[in-house]
Design a protein around this ligand. Sequence first.
Ligand code: HEC
Length: 193
Amino acid sequence: MVESKSNVGSGESMSEPARGEIPRGLLVLFLVLPLFSFIYLIVGGGFFAPEVKPASRTIAGAPSVAAGGVADEPQRAEQVKAIMAVVPSASHDAKPATSPSEADVTAAAAQFNALCAVCHGPKGEGDGAAGAALNPKPMNFHARSYKEQPKGVAYWVIKNGLSGTSRRSGMPAFALPDPQVWALVEHTYRLGK
Ligand code: HEC
């Protein structure tokens, strides 16, 4: 009763499909959808796509294990690998003239809070406020992959920064004396241990 009333004079009844007839919109959908999936599979190579294997680039000394460590360890492992790839390989195995003393490392902890925590976070977990918007993210020094890389890589990155490299990241260069840089390296390797 109510139905017939509402249809009268509205003109809508003209476009409504008769009982038993499939609405045209639905029909088009039924025809077009399979057509598109078919085109996708054949032309787009859904059926015949070649197997894409991840580029296997082996860097000597690169961390091999992505499991364990911090929550996003696999991503951190990739990040470390990428950083290692832009650091000249001759610098990977650089060593300090003399190992930093305990006093040096304690001083480095204070220096870290003053210079690095803003991006790398107070505990060095890569979660500092100034680093939140950076891509790639500041390194999480608790990551296992970070600890597994040669210390010379970290030394080079602190000295030279990464902005001049293909990483073009927010990691700045720090013009600090060598012993201070090595003490900072030591501090970051001890974080989260
Ligand atoms: C403006 C933000 C910012 C500040 C300040 C900063 N960093 Fe970084 N740092 C980054 C970012 C971003 C990355 C990751 C770069 C990438 O993946 O390309 C990074 C990466 C690094 C790495 C490389 C990790 C590796 O695998 O070797 C080290 C080491 C490092 N930072 C140490 C420090 C130290 C030490 C300080 C303070 C003296 C510092 N950073 C200050 C943003 C910052």
